[in-house]
Write a protein of this length. Structure first.
Length: 115
């Protein structure tokens, strides 16, 4: 499966962004039955987990994302979204989407939060 992330940009502290990740190359039933997640990598740091939307059950969030970020998925469009509110400078990073289908990764989209 190929993943295309978009929606990054520059915002001020407290602002919001909505990231989108479009999947292609997988049939709908396969996409629907696999988890989709968001990770991020800040400059000089390792990539870290942000959120995951599984095929069933509640979404999972990193502690820093709880209450500020919301992951959702539109299976009919094979897309996953990350709504980010209350952004902080420490949220500055390249955000990647990931599919559990063959552990596929998108190319990343840059989020910059300035004070």
């Amino acid at each position: 499966v190929q993943l295309q992330a978009s929606g990054g940009g520059s915002v001020q502290v407290g602002g919001s962004l909505r990231l989108s990740c479009a999947a292609s190359g997988a049939i709908l039933s396969v996409f629907r039955s696999n988890s989709m997640g968001w990770y991020r990598q800040a400059p000089g740091k390792e990539r870290e987990f942000v959120a995951e939307a599984t095929d069933s059950g509640p979404p999972k969030y990193a502690e820093f994302a709880e209450g500020r970020f919301t992951i959702s998925r539109d299976n009919s469009r094979k897309r996953v979204f990350l709504q980010m509110n209350g952004l902080k400078p420490e949220d500055t990073a390249v955000y990647y989407c990931r599919s559990s289908i063959n552990n596929s990764w998108g190319q990343g989209t840059l989020v910059t939060v300035s004070s």
